[in-house]
Write a protein that binds this ligand. Structure first.
Ligand SMILES: [Zn+2]
Length: 487
């Protein structure tokens, strides 16, 4: 939840940079490849040699259009590239080719958040600060790796429609899964293929005006995004309460200390002197390209969410977990289609609940959870859920079977057989164990007989221990009451 804002309302907008997963760079034929030696993927264009000319990457345009369409935007019939001028070592041309007043796409919506614009641009080179170990002429040194320079980027700018940090995080997850479904990017925040800045301001609750905003830069995980926004909202509310002004500035969030430090104040704000890029013609996508981009869009997470809720009756929280994680959604659908009697609701419950918890446990603190890579096949989880729903095994025994499946894979029916986990179907056997429970704990039995139903716990516990969880809890309660003359 958001910080206690004490009469103020948060106004949050996001700016997202997405590295596109094309084969080559935005304006030259250099390969996009990560983890290679520095400066091996370079050419006169991306090193800005005089006389070299940019050529627009068609696949980057296609991805940009698909992202624009997936975000419900209008695609501009004719958008323009501009030069954004700034001087910095990561930028050999001394300008970045970007889009300015006429972007590729605008006026969209994803979930509850309106999209202001979507545009194409190129990434800067990577600076590596080697500090003292690389001192040159007595100064700390930085190295430049131009492999990343010229990587195609899509920038997405939202309207300031978010009202708390947790919603910002959840919305960014929806955006991430949407772009992932398209296949346009790896969208990995830790690796920098998805980067998010947040514009944050506050205003008196109910007001329609916008307060002075600060910009939070490059928070490189979903958790840090949420914590950074929380910290900034607290800072702004404290200033406002103390009657102090909020400065427009750019802030860096340090997740170790939870503090925000200014990067540059507005006095140093850049004047980028945008002007149209003379070496590129306006981008006017053909009807064929637009039709093809639209036709090749997969089912998107927002559509999946809607379908899971309306057609399969899955509760919203579980439906989000499945729809926003494409892999988990695919796994769930494979289980639904496995040809068993298991219900979709039951499968959603087991997959987002016990299975995910078990896999998380096995993966450890930092490990990623991928049901699809686990030993539990969609077929196996479907068979297990079908057995539980048919009361062939109890839910408790089902969880034991699941633990075995996670550890060693295999077939649920075989595990049930081998471990003797099938439900007790013989009511005579169960009656006998219930009678033994009552005999073993006459005090509890007396209390239950007097109407104190809380005292039934130890009796049920006895039966569960004796049957190793193979008895149905409802049935056990019914038999205890019956034998005590209450049924
Ligand atoms: Zn190049």
């Amino acid at each position: 939840m958001s910080a206690n804002l004490d009469g103020y309302e948060a106004v949050i907008g996001l700016e997202i940079h997405v590295q596109l997963r094309t084969r080559t760079k935005m304006f030259c034929g250099c390969e996009l490849s990560f983890g290679d030696d520095p400066n091996v993927h370079t050419c006169p264009v991306c090193l800005a040699h005089p006389g070299s000319l940019p050529t627009l990457n068609e696949q980057a345009v296609r991805y940009g259009i698909q992202i624009g369409l997936a975000l419900g935007c209008e695609i501009a019939p004719r958008s323009i590239f501009h030069r954004k001028n700034y001087f910095y070592p990561d930028n050999p041309k001394a300008y970045q080719i970007s889009q300015y007043d006429i972007p590729l796409a605008r006026n969209g919506r994803l979930g509850d958040v309106r999209i202001h614009r979507v545009h194409l641009e190129e990434d800067a080179a990577k600076l590596i600060h080697v500090g003292e170990s690389g001192r040159i002429h007595g100064s700390d040194a930085s190295l430049v790796d131009f492999n990343r320079g010229g990587t195609p980027l899509v920038e997405i700018v939202t309207e300031p429609d978010l009202r708390d940090a947790a919603s910002a995080r959840e919305w960014l997850q929806l955006l991430r899964s949407t772009i992932k479904a398209i296949g346009a990017s790896d969208v990995n925040m830790e690796e920098g293929s998805l980067r998010c800045d947040a514009n944050v301001s506050i205003r008196p609750a109910g007001s329609q005006e916008l307060g002075t905003k600060t910009e939070l830069k490059n928070m490189n995980s979903f958790r840090f995004l949420e914590r950074g926004i929380e910290a900034e909202l607290e800072r702004q509310v404290a200033l406002a309460r103390a009657g102090e002004p909020i400065e427009q500035e750019t802030l860096h969030f340090d997740p170790r200390t939870g503090t925000l430090t200014p990067l540059r104040s507005k006095e140093y704000a850049h004047d980028y002197r945008y002007f149209p890029e003379p070496d590129l013609v306006p981008l006017a996508p053909s009807k064929e390209l637009l039709d093809e981009a639209r036709a090749s869009l997969p089912e998107l997470p927002a559509q999946r969410l809607e379908r899971y809720q309306s057609e399969l009756g899955i509760p919203e929280a579980q439906a989000k977990l499945l729809a926003y994680d494409g892999e988990l959604g695919d796994y769930f659908e494979a289980a639904v289609g496995a040809g068993t009697e298991a219900s979709a609701k039951g499968l959603a419950n087991w997959i987002t609940g016990d299975l995910t918890a078990r896999l998380r446990e096995a993966a450890g603190e930092e490990g990623e959870v991928h049901a699809a890579d686990s030993r539990v096949t969609p077929q196996a989880i479907a068979e297990l859920v079908a057995m539980v729903e048919a009361k062939q095994v109890t839910a408790q025994a089902g969880r034991e079977v699941l633990a075995k499946l996670v550890a060693e894979g295999g077939s649920p029916a075989e595990i049930v057989e081998r471990e003797g986990l099938a439900s007790i179907s013989d009511s005579g056997e169960l009656e006998g164990i219930v009678a033994a429970a009552i005999e073993a704990d006459p005090d509890a039995a007396a209390k239950v007989r007097e109407g104190n139903m809380k005292a039934i716990g130890p009796l049920v516990g006895y039966v569960m221990r004796e049957t190793k969880g193979r008895a149905d809890g409802g049935e056990v309660t019914r038999l205890i009451r019956k034998q005590l003359g209450l049924g």
